[in-house]
Design a protein around this ligand. Structure first.
Ligand SMILES: *[C@@H]1O[C@H](CO)[C@@H](O)[C@H](O)[C@H]1NC(C)=O
Ligand SMILES: *[C@@H]1O[C@H](CO)[C@@H](O)[C@H](O)[C@H]1NC(C)=O
Ligand SMILES: *[C@@H]1O[C@H](CO)[C@@H](O)[C@H](O)[C@H]1NC(C)=O
Length: 337
């Protein structure tokens, strides 16, 4: 229980970082948002198809921008300026990965993401980029398939990475047969979103169902990538992958403002061998604390064979509990009445 209690406070701590200092909502958008495609026609056209290269930062971000734009209408009733759109969590995470150097080639054998002229390159050797592929291309294709975007699957070509092509999928039919459950869950989210009877709580549940499902394959397949990182960063990657399941069980509302403030607790650069948690001098106390708690959480999850997750899930299984949890967070934020 001590672990769960400390996990709770860390989450609360992340959220307590004031959001107030940015007064213009577009200041919260992910990096290069305005430079990313906003519609399919912004992508290069070749042989009657639009070419999307998910191994270029702005191309992958563009899929999110299209998603956010096309789903705005369904979230309008929950707040202005699309701020309440739950899909914001995805591009903000991807933006954080970019800003903190996590999409660059971790082996250092190529300039991908490491040199100014290659700054938009997303490396297939990056663990973060590989996992994010399943949280960008799959939801995008599921949305296309669910007729959310008004696009047809045969208008799009998704380019493969320079290696490990067999570990990725590139179109609605390919992803549908290789990752049928994950694609079903994303489709389920989008179909539900279109229902007049849908509500915020239901959207949140289906979003996290799809999100956690998307992680299963890449987390088990890209374990070889851990070798490219310092032990500290590899541990953080493993722990973060575990933590996401806990966040999902709490159904964290991944709206623009909340995700933005949450991310301030995350490490602002790739961890190196000399970093000693929780005493990394160029990290904030909060960022150090988050790493420490993630480590404890990861260890206890592994040692208990995910029993702590089961306990956490049952704690978070009622709406009342999740509301209490969020209320506590809001109290920290000073936004509750
Ligand atoms: C918000 O900031 C963006 C750039 O940071 C600017 O283009 C936009 O005009 C600003 N909007 C308002 C309402 O100030
Ligand atoms: C989100 O943050 C922006 C900028 O800080 C603020 O103007 C807006 O009111 C916030 N919206 C909500 C719903 O908290
Ligand atoms: C979809 O991608 C698969 C490879 O993942 C390929 O074999 C297939 O031909 C593609 N289908 C279409 C319609 O492009």
């Amino acid at each position: 229980m001590a672990v769960l209690a400390s996990w709770f406070w860390v989450l609360a701590g992340c959220f307590s970082v004031a959001v107030a200092e940015i007064s213009n909502i577009s200041g919260l958008y992910p990096p290069l948002w305005e430079d990313s495609p906003e519609q399919l026609s912004d992508y290069r056209l070749e042989d009657g198809k639009h070419i999307i290269n998910p191994w270029v930062f702005t191309d992958r971000m563009g899929m999110y921008r299209i998603l956010l734009k096309e789903t705005a209408t369904y979230f309008a009733r929950y707040g202005p300026e699309n701020e309440q759109n739950l899909l914001w969590g995805l591009p903000l995470q991807f933006g954080w990965q970019y800003q903190t150097g996590r999409l660059a080639d971790p082996t250092g054998t190529t300039d991908c993401g490491n040199e100014p002229e290659e700054s938009l390159c997303v490396s297939v050797d990056s663990w973060w980029a590989d996992v994010n592929y399943y949280l960008s291309v799959l939801p995008f294709l599921a949305a296309v398939d669910s007729r959310i975007t008004g696009l047809s699957p045969d208008q799009i070509t998704i380019l493969p990475p320079p290696k490990d092509q067999m570990k990725f999928c590139y179109n609605v039919s390919g992803c549908g047969s290789a990752f049928s459950e994950t694609m079903d869950r994303w489709r389920d989210f989008f179909q539900y979103m279109k229902l007049p009877s849908s509500d915020f709580e239901g959207l949140l549940k289906k979003l996290w169902n799809a999100h956690t499902s998307s992680l299963e394959y890449p987390i088990s397949v890209f374990v070889d990538r851990y070798d490219f990182y310092s032990e500290q960063e590899a541990t953080f990657e493993r722990d973060w992958a575990i933590a996401v399941y806990y966040l999902g069980a709490a159904r964290l509302p991944t709206t623009l403002n909340r995700t933005h403030s949450f991310q301030r607790g995350l490490p602002p650069r790739v961890l190196v061998d000399t970093d000693i948690v929780p005493f990394i001098p160029d990290f904030t106390p909060l960022q150090n604390e988050v790493l420490e708690i993630l480590k404890i959480l990861g260890n206890s999850d592994r040692l208990s064979g995910s029993l702590t997750l089961t306990i956490w899930e049952s704690l978070m299984s009622t709406k009342v509990a999740r509301e209490l949890f969020l209320k506590a967070l809001e109290k920290f934020l000073g936004t509750s009445p």
